[in-house]
Design a protein around this ligand. Structure first.
Ligand code: ATP
Ligand code: MG
Length: 559
């Protein structure tokens, strides 16, 4: 899918070694989201790896919905996940659901019972937890650990047939209650849970747990390399334990390889944390343009290519780290700089009257759509006696360095002539509400004094719009993480600033669908989903320069 060859990494080297050793003759991966929420940019890393590797090795990558927990999952999420994957530019070779394998997984469990490797435990959840021990204390055997296989088989069948209450018993693997790895202390494989499943309905009242379902699903699908995030490293011995013992995996043996999760600063990434923001009303929804979800980034105007590029730059390692949000923003800047058409827009308008410009006259300027790409053509921009400029581009008492407009000072209007400010009209509070200027007709085509350049729009035909400016979602680079962490106290109050009275040049009355524009001097902008007939709303995707780089550098230096 990408034109540039993917950089090599330890996973690719492992795959190369497996192919060279004849361990596999092709490469099969899978992307396994649980349909319990929307995808975020962390998932983009997993997709980049799984789909990218399958693509580069001429193999295939399945989209597998890990739908083993019906209480949390929803068909709507699955549909949204498919849409987000396609938007990011990936295509799966097949689609599967862990629930497709419920029969086979059941048969695997029966096989373990028959081999004396699994038993039905009639203890309640609390006793099972207590019996598991801790990192410093070994577990104790369940009183039911010694049940004969025939009894276990009958009980397990009874569990499946709905003869017992939810929670009355579970199926556990019989491994090692003293193992230093807690995952190996007789993990639960199946539990009873009467909950309608989005795909299998009421057919099952027992559901396999992730650890049991995942590896076996990999084996069923012929996955060769099961790539997952580092928190599963401690589960790998269990993954292997099942594969070593089940006939299912004799011929097809997947290998689990872990890599570090993507973490970004100034935000949170897990679905659980993101849903807190949605439920708490801190954001407008999963697609709020401040969210690190693919939906949020998409709505804000990020391009799929810039996200893929970002992931490729982050690279794949086993080291846990936090990536700067600025890196993602740089990728979208780099993508848009050569292709985004330039336009002029004023976010906080200040009226300007050119007193020596003839009333009633309008001139049309051919403004290039891109300063360095003549092939992108030009558009007509009108100019007349009354214009609007950015309020920030005027200062009553500016320092010497200020290169924009001030009383008595001169500045160039982009694509036009020099103007000098000759008067200021103020309201009752003394705030400037209108500027009076004189223009110098001799500077129409360049020449004249060296000054700053400001953008503007023509009062007569400018289009009204709402503009939404975004900043970091959180004001802390490293918000507290974890189950009960209160990161919401660090919400950045300026993460969204709405400018309701912006004015755009007339060419933007009907923005081209899908086009990201550069508003000159202000950044890159994209129409928001709230736009409609007679209502234009633009999101700022990103400013032209990274205003956070300096802050992040100081922070890194301990300043
Ligand atoms: P979360 O709950 O944090 O949103 P998850 O791991 O529960 O994430 P899943 O839908 O289970 O989400 O994940 C699908 C795949 O994406 C898994 O293989 C998972 O390891 C991977 N993944 C999830 N988050 C990240 C991340 N931040 N960086 C890289 N891969 C990730
Ligand atoms: Mg998960």
């Amino acid at each position: 899918m990408s034109a540039t060859p993917a950089p090599t990494n330890f996973i690719r080297r492992q795959i190369d070694a497996d192919l060279a050793a004849g361990r596999h003759d092709r490469v099969v991966t899978r992307f396994p989201p649980e349909p319990n929420g929307y995808l975020h940019i962390g998932h983009a890393k997993s997709m980049w790896l799984n789909f990218g590797i399958a693509d580069d090795y001429g193999g295939c990558c399945t989209l597998r919905f890990d739908d083993t927990n019906p209480a949390r999952e929803d068909a709507e999420f699955a549909a949204a996940i498919e849409e987000d994957i396609r938007w990011l530019g990936y295509r799966w070779s097949g689609i599967a659901f862990a629930s497709d394998y419920f029969e086979q997984l059941y048969a695997c469990a029966v096989e373990l019972i028959e081999k004396g490797l699994a038993y039905v435990d009639s203890q309640n959840a609390d006793d099972i937890r207590a019996g598991r021990g801790t990192l410093t204390r070994p577990g104790v055997d369940s009183p039911y650990r010694g049940r004969p296989a025939a009894e276990n088989l009958a009980l397990f069948e009874g569990m499946k047939d709905g003869r017992y209450r939810d929670g009355e018993m579970v199926l556990r693997a019989k491994i090692d209650m003293a193992s230093p790895n807690l995952n190996l202390r007789d993990p639960v494989l199946y539990r009873i849970r009467r909950h309608r499943h989005q795909r299998t309905g009421d057919q099952w009242c027992i559901y396999p747990l992730y650890d049991f379902a995942h590896g076996q699903s990999d084996a069923i699908e012929g996955v060769t390399h099961s790539l997952c995030t580092l928190e599963f490293e401690d589960h790998r011995p269990l993954y292997e334990w099942f594969l070593d013992r089940l006939t299912l995996a004799k011929a097809r043996r997947p290998r689990q390889i872990e890599f570090s999760r993507l973490n970004l600063n100034y935000t949170v990434m897990s679905k659980r944390s993101l849903s807190q923001l949605v439920e708490g009303g801190d954001v407008s929804g999963w697609d709020d343009p401040r969210m690190p979800t693919l939906r949020g980034l998409r709505r804000r105007g990020f391009t799929p290519a810039s996200i893929r590029r970002f992931i490729s730059l982050v690279g794949i390692t086993r080291k846990a780290n936090v990536i700067e949000m600025g890196q993602l923003e740089n990728c979208v800047r780099e993508h848009l700089e050569p292709v985004a058409p330039r336009v002029m827009a004023v976010i906080e308008p200040l009226k300007l009257v050119i007193e020596n410009y003839p009333p009633g006259r309008t001139e049309t300027i051919d403004a290039p759509n891109h300063p360095a790409e003549p092939g992108m053509g030009a558009r007509p921009v009108t100019l007349s006696r009354e214009l609007y400029i950015e309020r920030d581009d005027f200062m009553e008492n500016p320092p010497n360095k200020f290169l924009r407009l001030a009383p008595g000072r001169e500045v160039r209007l982009r694509y036009a002539f020099l103007i000098r400010c000759t008067g200021v009209v103020r309201d009752a509070k003394g705030r400037a509400v209108e500027l009076r200027c004189q223009y110098d007709p001799d500077t129409r085509h360049g020449g004249g004094r060296k000054t700053g350049i400001i953008h503007w729009v023509n009062a007569g035909d400018a289009v009204a719009a709402e503009v939404r400016l975004y900043d970091r979602l959180l004001s802390r680079a490293d918000p507290p993480a974890g189950k009960d962490a209160d990161f919401r106290q660090f919400l950045n109050p300026r993460s969204l600033v709405v400018r309701r009275h912006a004015l755009l040049e007339a060419s933007l009355a009907e923005p081209e669908p899908g086009v990201r524009y550069q508003f000159e001097r202000l950044g890159y902008f994209f129409p928001d989903a709230d736009s409609g007939p007679g209502k234009l709303v633009f999101n700022r995707i990103v400013t032209l320069r990274d205003s956070w780089a300096k802050i992040d550098r100081q922070r890194a230096a301990g300043g």
